[in-house]
Ligand binder design. Sequence first.
Ligand SMILES: Nc1ncnc2c1ncn2[C@@H]1O[C@H](COP(=O)(O)OP(=O)(O)OP(=O)(O)O)[C@@H](O)[C@H]1O
Ligand SMILES: [Mg+2]
Length: 205
Amino acid sequence: MEKMSEKGFTIWFTGLSGAGKTTISKMVSEKLRERGRKVELLDGDIVRRNLSKGLGFSKEDRDINIRRIGFVCHLLSKNGVVAIAAAISPYESVRQENRKLISDYVEVHARCPIDVLKERDAKGLYKKALAGEIQNFTGVSDPYESPENPDVVCDSDKESPEESAAKVIIKLEELGYIESEKTASGYTKEEEEKVNERLKALGYL
Ligand SMILES: Nc1ncnc2c1ncn2[C@@H]1O[C@H](COP(=O)(O)OP(=O)(O)OP(=O)(O)O)[C@@H](O)[C@H]1O
Ligand SMILES: [Mg+2]
């Protein structure tokens, strides 16, 4: 019998550029490693420099990229690793394909209104896309299909990265992929963190 604590699964982050996929997925990776899990993070930016080098941003190439990441996540998670994908993955149909391929699949929508993202523009890409210097830019000149049934939604315009990461961990506990770690207060560490972040945002802490 496989011990529950060794069961692999995939966490799939989807969302517009700048919505928080890399930020949240790195935090979640850390939290899972602290719990002794083997974790592999497949970040869109890195994948496009090796596994998917040479692919562009047409629908066909984007779908190939997402299928490749999905296939690797499938291999990893069936061997006890927690595979985390953090790529825009704009199309619902190929996300569904991956969900079918990967039996233990948790989808996280890193969500943020496009106006906030244009303002945030951490990589300066929106400015370029809006000026027409980058073609096929998701959310500006290319479609983004919001996930129909995400397991977690992280609203990065309203939550802190810590709060978003805590939400993901709580969902993994609820789904039974990881064990919940109750503290003396009766809450899990992540529940406490989420409450504290909320209180901080409200000015109580
Ligand atoms: N709750 C939140 N979760 C994640 N990021 C947040 C949150 N609140 C604010 N941010 C900020 O939003 C930005 C998210 O950028 P990040 O690189 O993680 O996006 P991304 O989705 O990986 O984009 P890309 O598709 O271009 O790689 C960071 O500057 C981060 O500090
Ligand atoms: Mg990123």
